[in-house]
Write a protein that binds this ligand. Structure first.
Ligand SMILES: Nc1nc2c([nH]c(=O)n2[C@@H]2O[C@H](COP(=O)(O)OP(=O)(O)OP(=O)(O)O)[C@@H](O)[C@H]2O)c(=O)[nH]1
Length: 152
């Protein structure tokens, strides 16, 4: 008798939560934000760089790979803040935010429209991807502690 994974049925597939890792990269008391280009999902929205976690990798490995691919820089992770589940019309994601230092390389964008280094006061002025809003609020709440800890 054949057995099928429940995820081979479209109804379950539609409910699948896609893990997406993103990096809050700090440098000189600022955090890096990137703007999605016109060829990406959610064109023009701001986000923290990263991407979908592949089946064979951990979120940490995913981030190192995505940051190299998207920005050409190296990072070192030093912590995490709360993940956020969000349902878009076509998919449900779990956005997993990591805290990181920029450890090497110059930023060269391969996918995004532009990037900005933000101070705390700038954080609410951007048009963020909706899944990022709780993360931005937690970042503001913990800003002083996070900016201090990255300098330790
Ligand atoms: N990287 C990233 N993706 C985010 C954030 N917020 C958010 O809603 N997303 C969504 O999460 C999904 C991640 O997809 P992606 O396009 O960045 O990842 P990827 O490079 O692995 O995907 P692809 O292989 O389909 O191009 C997109 O639907 C994106 O809109 C964020 O802060 N960072």
């Amino acid at each position: 008798m054949n057995s099928y994974s429940p995820y081979s049925f479209p109804i379950f597939d539609a409910m699948k939560i896609i893990p997406v890792a993103c990096a809050l990269i700090f440098s000189d008391g600022k955090v890096l934000a990137t703007q999605r280009s016109q060829s990406m999902d959610l064109p023009g929205k701001w986000e923290f760089p990263g991407g979908k976690v592949e089946e064979e990798e951990s979120p940490e490995e995913c981030l190192k790979r995505e940051i190299r691919e998207e920005l050409s820089i190296e990072i070192e992770l030093f912590g995490k803040i709360s993940p956020n589940e969000f349902s878009y019309p076509s998919k449900k994601i779990c956005l997993i935010p990591y805290l990181a230092h920029w450890t090497g390389g110059e930023i060269y964008l391969t996918e995004h429209e532009q990037f900005l280094w933000l101070e705390e006061k700038d954080l609410l002025s951007l048009d963020w991807a909706p899944a990022d809003l709780p993360i931005v609020h937690e970042l503001i709440e913990k800003w002083v502690k996070l900016v201090d800890s990255k300098e330790r």
